[in-house]
Design a protein around this ligand. Structure first.
Ligand SMILES: NC(=O)c1ccc[n+]([C@@H]2O[C@H](COP(=O)([O-])OP(=O)(O)OC[C@H]3O[C@@H](n4cnc5c(N)ncnc54)[C@H](OP(=O)(O)O)[C@@H]3O)[C@@H](O)[C@H]2O)c1
Length: 285
């Protein structure tokens, strides 16, 4: 297949592209040339004539979205509308990457693909608006909600925790934000399998299980040889930020599992990631 990937320079895009290239022709799009908020993206995609568009580009800085919700809606809602319209014109299938944050966090068991969405911050609201454009404009789409990505490309929670541990020698991490950490490589492998199914719909793809940010940080320090670094548990009210994440946002993979697509536990994935990152991520105590 000819597969266009928006946001190819991002954390997921850079991991996914080489995996797709094993079997497909990959056409990469990103800023500054290929701005999804500009209607020119329709002509660009029509010219590329993809069979499938993986739409990973987004304004992903959650606090930045809270500070400037208009920018979030421009990129995540209207940008996604533009990509969906381009798929409509090019008769291409669309795969849209969405987020665990579309849920309000009031549930105390992992969210199913069938659960009601109720975003509580501008990032989540703009991503959900993107989902709605995809569903209203296209018949052939995959909407894949994922969460708490860590990959070998770019900054993420794992790299932040190891860097802060080395700089500060101690950490304060919240206990009341619970989610499903996800290795970008595991997600990318699952996406490669999903695009072969032609079974359209909404999917939840994260590593299995869940934990608090505090437990995640503790495990990162332990597995990277930094278990001596003290971590103080705090609540979100003690941690100033512009956005308000859902308190609980673990996702349950029900639909892809029914197709035989499952991901290993987040603990196993984190260990594999740190091994792949090598000595600059891990250190001997
Ligand atoms: N990261 C997570 O934890 C997470 C969790 C749940 C869902 N997701 C979703 O998964 C997808 C991939 O995430 P990621 O971590 O790979 O994100 P990322 O690293 O921030 O990559 C996003 C890419 O999109 C580009 N981009 C931003 N605005 C654009 C625009 N107007 N036109 C074209 N490209 C634009 C970014 O460029 P610049 O860097 O120059 O802005 C960046 O290269 C996103 O849709 C995100 O919402 C991510």
């Amino acid at each position: 297949m000819r597969i266009a990937v928006t946001g190819i320079k991002g954390q997921l895009g850079r991991t996914l592209a080489p995996l797709l290239e094993r079997e497909h022709t990959v056409l990469g799009l990103d800023l500054p040339e290929d701005d999804i908020t500009n209607l020119n993206i329709l002509d660009t995609l029509q010219r590329l004539a993809p069979d499938l568009v993986v739409h990973a580009a987004a304004m992903t800085h959650v606090d930045g979205c809270a500070v400037d919700p208009d920018a979030a809606y421009r990129a995540n809602a209207l940008g996604t509308r533009n990509v969906a319209l381009a798929c409509q014109r090019a008769n291409a299938v669309m795969m849209y990457l969405s987020t665990n944050e579309v849920f309000d966090g009031a549930k105390d068991a992992p969210y199913l693909e069938f659960d009601e969405t109720r975003p509580i911050n501008p990032y989540a609201a703009s991503k959900l608006a993107g989902e709605r454009f995809v569903q209203s404009l296209l018949n052939r789409y995959y909407i894949v909600r994922t969460a708490w990505l860590f990959g070998c490309e770019g900054a993420n929670f794992v790299t932040r925790i190891t860097q802060l541990a080395d700089q500060l020698g101690e950490l304060r991490v919240v206990t009341d934000e619970i989610g499903s950490p996800t290795y970008a490589r595991d997600l990318a492998e699952a996406l490669c399998r999903l695009i072969k199914t032609d079974v359209w719909g909404v999917y939840h793809l994260t590593n299995s299980g869940g934990c608090s940010r505090y437990d995640f940080a503790r495990r990162i320090l332990e597995l990277s040889g930094r278990s001596g670094v003290p971590v103080t548990p705090i609540t979100s009210s003690e941690f100033q930020r512009s956005s308000c994440p859902p308190r609980y946002s673990c996702l349950r993979n029900f639909c892809a599992a029914s197709l035989g697509i499952t991901l290993r536990s987040w603990e196993e994935a984190l260990a594999a990631y740190l091994l792949e990152m090598g000595p600059h991520a891990t250190r001997t105590e």
